[in-house]
Design a binder for this molecule. Structure first.
Ligand code: G3I
Length: 373
């Protein structure tokens, strides 16, 4: 009898640990927010290739949309002018198709993560407009064409604007001119007429940049080009954006008749590097401590502050949900977030909803409560 009771306790214990670990007691975010917007995550290759099974479980449970964090960027998918490498992007797309997710391709035209050789001829000389347009068209028709019908939306152009609302001075601009944006949208539509096409950028809640993106969308539309949405990245902090600026951005974009998407959401709680600019280098060790104040774990009080801010952000998103069709987190769990290595390498960052052991954080419950209210 005693043995049986002990066996029962062990089994019950094992089941409850299993339930806790697999997250079965949690609601799926894609169900929680099904009336508001799709929920997504940016995935790296470890998640889709089977190396990070626990992260993949989180994604299949909570997300109905995924974005490629890196594998579709020019440097990875088109590393040499005459060489494409589709292996990782193929795995990403297969994962999304298998789990019936809305797949977003990121990104066709960006000034970062692109080899210098993409802009030059064999002698290393910058290409002229015509030659660069040929290269752009080849890239877009090859990549978009390969995933036609499976990748449902593309970040066609990423980060073409400065915070002041000018065109960023990049090699795209130097070779082609400002209409590289329009050309990219034109070629993407030709390659897959059914795919949704987006412009994606950060800090779009800043008034000058908001006005610039509005001008850009109007210009594309005036040229008769397809544009379906504007992605605001959402690398947000404890005191930005303000609700007022966010609402003004969403209203301005929605008034143009295109969708708004939050495409790269994470919430940084670490100290801002700019607060320490110009600090005495002889204080380096001390500075590192200040910039990386929680190398082992985030204290409970800070978890709560982080959770409260997440709740505030989601109440802002939910109240605008008629104009927002997707909220995608930039990563799955804290350990693999890009913020561990930017803007300072080697910090321990806590920007997402799941911790380094794949467990839901207080922020998870906090955002669920926003809609359960
Ligand atoms: O894969 C290599 C690895 O082999 C090498 O050992 C290691 C050494 O540095 O680097 C690894 O590559 C890194 C790659 O991420 C994969 O982890 C690159 O150095 C690193 O630069 C790259 O960072 C990416 C960053 O874009 C590049 O600007 C981040 O993962 C990615 O999250 C980030 O994503 C961007 C969006 O595309 C656009 N919006 C901003 C966002 C955050 O910067």
């Amino acid at each position: 009898m005693k043995a049986l009771t002990l066996f029962g306790i062990l089994v019950a214990g094992a089941i409850s640990i299993g339930v806790l670990y697999s997250g079965d007691s949690q609601p799926a975010l894609k169900d929680v927010f099904k009336e508001q917007f799709m929920i997504g995550a940016a995935l790296n290759d470890a998640v889709v290739s089977g190396k990070d099974v626990n992260a993949a479980e989180i994604v299949t449970k909570h997300c109905n949309t995924i974005t490629a964090e890196n594998v579709m960027k020019w440097a990875l998918i088109h590393p040499e002018p005459n060489q494409y490498d589709f292996a990782a992007a193929d795995r990403f797309v297969e994962f999304g198709v298998k789990h019936k997710m809305f797949i977003v391709g990121h990104t066709l035209v960006w000034h970062a993560q692109i080899p210098d050789a993409a802009f030059t001829d064999n002698a290393g000389k910058l290409l002229n407009r015509e030659a660069m347009l040929v290269r752009l068209k080849d890239h877009i028709s090859t990549v978009v064409g390969r995933y036609k019908g499976r990748v449902k939306g593309w970040d066609v152009v990423n980060e073409a604007l400065t915070d002041e609302g000018e065109f960023r001075d990049t090699k795209w601009r130097q070779t082609i001119g400002d209409d590289f944006v329009a050309k990219a949208f034109e070629y993407a539509h030709q390659a897959d007429p059914d795919a949704e096409l987006y412009y994606n950028d950060f800090s779009l809640e800043k008034p000058a940049k908001r006005d610039a993106v509005v001008r850009l969308v109007k210009d594309l539309k005036a040229k008769g080009l397809r544009i379906d949405g504007v992605g605001i990245q959402g690398h947000w902090g404890m005191d930005y954006p303000t609700r007022e600026n966010f609402d003004a951005f969403v209203d301005a974009v929605a008034a143009l008749g295109v969708k708004v998407m939050v495409t790269e959401l994470d919430l940084d709680i670490l100290p801002s590097v700019s607060d320490y600019q110009g600090a005495d280098v002889s204080m380096r060790a001390e500075l590192q401590k200040k910039l990386n104040p929680f190398p082992d774990s985030l204290p409970d009080s800070m978890q709560q502050v982080h959770a409260n801010r997440y709740a505030e952000l989601f109440s802002m998103l939910v109240s605008q949900s008629k104009n927002i069709n997707r909220v995608t987190f930039w990563g799955v769990y804290d350990k693999t977030s890009w913020l561990n290595n930017w803007p300072v390498p080697g910090r321990t960052s806590y920007p997402l909803l799941f911790d380094r052991n794949y467990q839901a954080k207080p922020a998870f419950d906090a955002i669920v409560k926003v809609v359960q209210k």
